[in-house]
Design a protein around this ligand. Sequence first.
Ligand code: ZN
Length: 316
Amino acid sequence: MTRTTSSSNPRRAALIATGLSLALASPTLWAQATAPVKAVASFSILGDLVRQVGGERVAVEVLVGPGSDAHVFQPTPAQAKLVGQAQIVFSNGLGFEGWMSRLLGTAGYKGRHIVASRGIKPLHDEAAGGHPHTGGHGHEEADPHAWQSVPNVMVYVGNIAKGLCEADASGCDSYQRNAATYNAGLKALDTDIRALWAAIPATQRKVITSHDAFGYYASAYGVKFLAPQGVSTDSEASAKGVAQLVRQIKKEQIKALFVESISDPRLIAQIGRETGVKPAGELFSDSLSDAKDPAPSYLTMMRFNTTALTQAVRGE
Ligand code: ZN
């Protein structure tokens, strides 16, 4: 059997040359011929945002998938390998992924690391005084859940587009176009959320959730959230804090009690029994849902949460 290399086969060489010139002449063909940018996003919500901006040019792998808790995540060796092979890594920042810098080190990753919340003014855990964290960080903890305010996510989208433009300059027009389209959808979402809350008296806008994940939502949309756990799920709620919360729910006649998809529902069930308030269902705070459930994207998550919250505070 004889082997024919492409250089010794004039017909094949000509075909390659034709294909190459066609590809160079047509941006679409060129894009199809180029391998997608390998991106890693730390958690499901951020993964959705990177996919929206990246479109077909970017292949996104998510480390903390739907239904999982990024606060207490432990990367696997396979995920470290994935990070090692990435061309760009996206994290939320604000202390959300305490495991990220070690993971980047383990993976030997030297590429671009985009902190999507960059430029957002962080909120701090006001409740920390009420139920101190056992972590002993020695400083006031920043609230990492900045994505719960839609205007903040427009900042995320800008940072993602900028990062992708740096990683893949030839796709920059496409990233900026995708970002502008997505941000228009975010603006409409923000308007709708404001309209839904505007119909409810301010004194009625009080909600109990598992952990303090809704501080940015509270501040953007004028809703009061209380939780037995602080801004991270890495520490237990104290008995004293829970008792205090139960007294407050009774005193202020708070009707909206929610579990979060990432949290153990038992504590909220206990608070429900002690206050006589029936838990209203599930919110998606730190993670999207699977495709079959109601919050598989950032837009559907925010709409689902807002509908559930506004119905619950009305006592519906
Ligand atoms: Zn959280």
